[in-house]
Design a protein around this ligand. Structure first.
Ligand SMILES: *Cc1c(COP(=O)(O)O)cnc(C)c1O
Length: 379
C-alpha cells in the first residue's frame, strides 16, 4: 500500500548547516560562516544554557502536563490571560495548532507569495487547501489590507508575516485591523511575528487585548518563537497568543508533551535575560544598516534579522559565496530566483559576508563580460 496522495505536499527546504556543506565540499568546517537561517549570532542566552544543563539529568521524566511558570511569564509579558498562550514545539508547532483549531477538510487558508513554506504545508497536513496573495516586488513587497483583500475569498485563515520572511517588510497595525474588519467573522487573521523583536513596531497582540487605540478582537491571533531573537532554534519552542474566547480549545488540539521540559526551562531563563535580547537586537540593527550601506546591489529595507538582496542569479551567487566560505540563503525556493537572503551576523561575520558578496558580484560580472555569447550589457 501507499501513503495518501501527497502530490500537493512539498518538502521544506531548510538553510544548510556548516557541517553538511563542509562535508560535501571536502573542506574544514572552520572555513565557513552560516548566515542562512536567521539564527542568533550570539547563540543562546547563557542563562538558557545553564537551565538546559541543570535539566539534563531529569530528562527521563515526562515534561510537566502544564508549563505554568513559562506560560505565566509569557502571559504577563503580553498582559494576556495564561489560557491565551498556546505553547508549542516551535512556531511551526503553533501553526499546526491554529490549523487544528480552525480547519475543516477543504477549508482554505490564504498565504503570502513569496512567503514562508510551512503555512501551506501545515494546512495540507490538516486536509486544508492553500491560496495565495501576491506581495509585489515592483512595490517593494509592501503589505497593506488591500493587497490581501484583492485575493481574499472567504478563507478560514489568513496568514500575515510581519516582519515578512524573506523580504523584511511589515504591515502597520491599523492595516491589520482594517483587514480583520473587512473580512468575514469566521476568518481568523494570524500575524506571524517570528521576527517581531527586531522591528520597531508594536505587537499585533494589541488587537487581541485591545490596548491603546485598538478594540479587543476575537478574530486575530499572533505567532511568536524563541528560535530567532532568543537564540533557541535547536530546542524548538514557540507559541500562539489567541483571543480570550479560544482559550479552552488548546487542550483539545495540543500534542501531549510537545513543548519539551528542556525547551521550557531554556525559554523561561531566556525571557528573564533581557540583556541578551537587547544585545542581539542591537547587533542586528547595526548589521542591517551596514549591509544596506555597503552591498553593491539593491538591498530592500528590512525590519527582520536579515536582508534580501537582488543579485540577479541567486543560485550562482549563493554557490560562489559558499565556495568562498559564506553560506547564505538562495531565495529560489521562496519564489525569488534573483535574490539571496543574508542573516545579520556579528560585526566580523557581516563584514566578511559583504566583502565576499561584493567580490562575487564583481567577478561574476567580469565573467559575463568575457563570455562572447553573453548579451552586450548597457554601456
Ligand atoms: C522561523 C520562522 C518561524 C518559526 O520557526 P520555529 O523555529 O518553528 O519557531 C515562523 N515563521 C516564520 C516566517 C519564520 O521565519
Amino acid at each position: 500500500m501507499q501513503p495518501r496522495d501527497l502530490s500537493d505536499h512539498v518538502a521544506y527546504e531548510a538553510g544548510r548547516g556548516i557541517e553538511e556543506v563542509a562535508r560535501e565540499l571536502g573542506r574544514d568546517p572552520s572555513e565557513f560562516i552560516k548566515l542562512a537561517s536567521n539564527e542568533n549570532p550570539h547563540g543562546p542566552s547563557p542563562a538558557a544554557t545553564v537551565a538546559i544543563r541543570e535539566t539534563a539529568s531529569d530528562v527521563s521524566s515526562y515534561p510537566k502536563a502544564a508549563h505554568a511558570d513559562l506560560t505565566t511569564a509569557i502571559a504577563s509579558r503580553w498582559n494576556v490571560a495564561d489560557e491565551q498562550v498556546w505553547l508549542a514545539n516551535g512556531g511551526d508547532g503553533a501553526i499546526d495548532y491554529l490549523h487544528r483549531a480552525t480547519l475543516e477538510p477543504s477549508d482554505d487558508i490564504l498565504v503570502p507569495r513569496p512567503g514562508f513554506a510551512y503555512y501551506g504545508m501545515s494546512s495540507r497536513f490538516h486536509h486544508g487547501d492553500v491560496r495565495e496573495y501576491e506581495l509585489s516586488r515592483a512595490d517593494d513587497f509592501r503589505q497593506d489590507a488591500d493587497v490581501v483583500l484583492d485575493a481574499y475569498d472567504d478563507e478560514r485563515v489568513i496568514w500575515l508575516t510581519s516582519p515578512h520572511n524573506p523580504t523584511g517588510s511589515t504591515m502597520p497595525l491599523s492595516e491589520i485591523e482594517r483587514l480583520a474588519d473587512e473580512t468575514d467573522d469566521e476568518t481568523l487573521v494570524v500575524v506571524d511575528e517570528a521576527y517581531g523583536e527586531f522591528a520597531d513596531r508594536e505587537s499585533a497582540i494589541a488587537l487581541i487585548e485591545g490596548w491603546d487605540e485598538f478594540d479587543a478582537r476575537d478574530d486575530v491571533a499572533v505567532l511568536r518563537t524563541f528560535s530567532k531573537a532568543y537564540g533557541l532554534a535547536g530546542v524548538r519552542l514557540g507559541y500562539a497568543v489567541v483571543p480570550d474566547e479560544w482559550a479552552d480549545a488548546y487542550t483539545r488540539v495540543n500534542t501531549p508533551f510537545a513543548a519539551s521540559e528542556l525547551a521550557c526551562r531554556a525559554g523561561l531563563a531566556a525571557i528573564e535575560d533581557e540583556e541578551h535580547v537587547v544585545r542581539t537586537v542591537e547587533t542586528t540593527r547595526e548589521s542591517r544598516a551596514y549591509m544596506q550601506d555597503t552591498i553593491d546591489a539593491h538591498v530592500w529595507e528590512s525590519e527582520g534579522n536579515f536582508v534580501l538582496v537582488d543579485v540577479g542569479d541567486a543560485s550562482a551567487v549563493a554557490t560562489e559565496m559558499q565556495e568562498r566560505g559564506v553560506i547564505v540563503r538562495d531565495c529560489s525556493s521562496f519564489g525569488l530566483p534573483g535574490c539571496i537572503r543574508i542573516t545579520c551576523g556579528t560585526e566580523d561575520e557581516t563584514e566578511r559576508a559583504v566583502d565576499t558578496l561584493n567580490d562575487v558580484l564583481a567577478d561574476l560580472d567580469v565573467d559575463a563580460a568575457d563570455d562572447p555569447d553573453a548579451e552586450v550589457a548597457d554601456p
